[in-house]
Design a protein around this ligand. Structure first.
Ligand SMILES: Nc1nc2c(ncn2[C@@H]2O[C@H](COP(=O)(O)OP(=O)(O)O)[C@@H](O)[C@H]2O)c(=O)[nH]1
Ligand SMILES: [Mg+2]
Length: 210
């Protein structure tokens, strides 16, 4: 192959997706992370890492409001990284993370999970929740956990770095897989009704290897 031809081959970007209850701050994080202006959300934008790497970030565009928390296969398809977002001032949004995690694990079984407690600036932020973030991280099988605030910028740079690291890990894991395991395989869908699951003490196995 000619060198100039090789230069024009598009490199497939890794995709990261946001998941979590309505109102936890996913869209605000989407704008913060991508530098796009609020109100211009088309559901997908490029997140640039410091080293120049580009990652495609997807927002639900409020789908979660109308689809009974069930995001579609196409939303999760090919996701390298899922951001499980909760509101640090709303314990119910933290309880719901297990359902989001189950859906994400079903539709994107190889994706790396990152736990995000947003609204860290809120005067109502729950100190007990915040101090237990690592335990939630383990329980949900996430590689990383980050406390953020889209109001103050707390944790946003760290989160960007973590997304980059998670995508790199996804690539490493995928390269190690035999071919027949790389493609999406349909399994039984997890029950979305298991509201007690978030309190289950058994930690889920992290796929990150980090
Ligand atoms: N105090 C505080 N409010 C936030 C933060 N992030 C988002 N919000 C507010 O939470 C509400 C819901 O945010 P939005 O991004 O639309 O949530 P989404 O439904 O998950 O996309 C809005 O009023 C935001 O201004 C944050 O970090 N701190
Ligand atoms: Mg939104």
């Amino acid at each position: 192959m000619e060198a100039d031809q090789a230069d024009t081959i598009p490199v497939r970007r890794d995709t990261a997706v946001l998941a979590g209850n309505f109102g936890v701050g996913k869209t605000s994080l989407f704008h913060r992370l991508t530098g796009t202006a609020p109100g211009t959300n088309r559901g997908s934008a490029v997140l640039r890492l410091q080293n120049g790497t580009r990652i495609q970030l997807m927002d639900t565009c409020d789908m979660e409001r109308f689809e009974n928390k069930s995001l579609t296969v196409s939303y999760y398809r090919d996701a390298a990284c899922v951001l499980l977002v909760a509101d640090a001032s709303d314990a119910r949004s933290v309880q719901s993370l297990q359902n989001w995690r189950d859906s994400a694990g079903f539709y994107a079984p190889r994706a790396q999970m990152i736990l995000v407690f947003n609204k860290g600036d809120s005067p109502d932020a729950d100190g007990i929740l915040l101090s237990s973030i690592e335990s939630y991280q383990q329980r949900l099988g996430c590689c990383y956990s980050v406390v953020t605030s889209t109001k103050t910028g707390q944790g946003i740079d760290l989160l960007r770095d973590r997304i980059g690291a998670a995508c790199r890990q996804f690539r490493r894991n995928t390269l190690q897989l035999p071919d027949q395991h790389r493609s999406f395989q349909l399994q039984r869908e997890p029950s979305r009704q298991s509201s007690t699951a978030a309190t289950d003490d058994a930690p889920q196995k992290s796929r990150c290897g980090c």
